[in-house]
Design a protein around this ligand. Structure first.
Ligand SMILES: Cc1cc2nc3c(=O)[nH]c(=O)nc-3n(C[C@H](O)[C@H](O)[C@H](O)COP(=O)(O)OP(=O)(O)OC[C@H]3O[C@@H](n4cnc5c(N)ncnc54)[C@H](O)[C@@H]3O)c2cc1C
Length: 155
């Protein structure tokens, strides 16, 4: 395949089972955790690399680890590709899921669980954004910005 990024070969048997898969997911997850209508899928058709768009089979928006585990177990048992997605700001198309794939959207798992400033470490859920962690440490006058390393002298 030509182009900047190559997609995997579509699993036709998964695409053909789309309606059954959506029914299964509706039984597995809370109603508002599943996005599958065409117009609702539009925001998930691409990420920061907007040169490519693909319509995913469905998007799941779990709120906790148990829901993630249920979804992953189901997808594993049924051979369904899963594409994790944070805020979708990747500039490389890594969060684009094609028609046989389920997007695991982590935006609702946005809790900062622990901040350990002396050790410059934080424990966060998988959907926490850079700006959220920056805001959380601001009152401590701590910056998460990268520090520029001084240039080395020319050899
Ligand atoms: C305007 C703009 C400015 C930017 N500025 C910066 C910057 O200053 N510094 C910088 O470092 N980057 C910057 N980026 C790049 C972007 O923030 C990074 O690519 C970031 O890592 C994407 O995070 P995301 O949560 O949006 O991931 P996504 O775009 O959703 O996904 C990126 C990749 O990570 C995978 N992924 C996402 N979440 C998970 C997860 N929880 N577990 C496993 N895999 C996962 C996806 O499948 C995909 O392959 C910028 C991007 C944009 C568009």
């Amino acid at each position: 395949m030509s182009g900047a990024i190559a997609f995997s070969a579509l699993k036709a048997e998964i695409v053909a089972r789309r309606n059954d898969i959506i029914s299964d997911l509706q039984a597995l997850l809370p109603k508002d955790a599943l996005v599958h209508e065409a117009r609702e899928l539009v925001p998930f058709e691409t990420d920061g690399f907007i040169a490519y768009t693909r319509v995913p089979l469905a998007v799941c928006l779990p709120e906790n680890t148990e829901q993630v585990a249920k979804l992953l177990r189901y997808c594993h048992e049924n051979g369904i590709p899963v594409v994790p997605r944070g805020a979708g700001t990747s500039l490389s198309g890594g969060a684009i899921g094609q028609e046989d794939a389920i997007i695991l959207g982590l935006s609702r798992m946005n809790r900062i669980l622990d901040i350990d400033l002396p050790n410059r470490a934080a424990v966060v859920q998988a959907g926490v954004t850079n700006i959220a962690i920056s805001e959380a440490v601001k009152p401590e006058s701590f910056s998460t910005r990268l520090t520029r390393v001084p240039s080395l002298p020319a050899p």
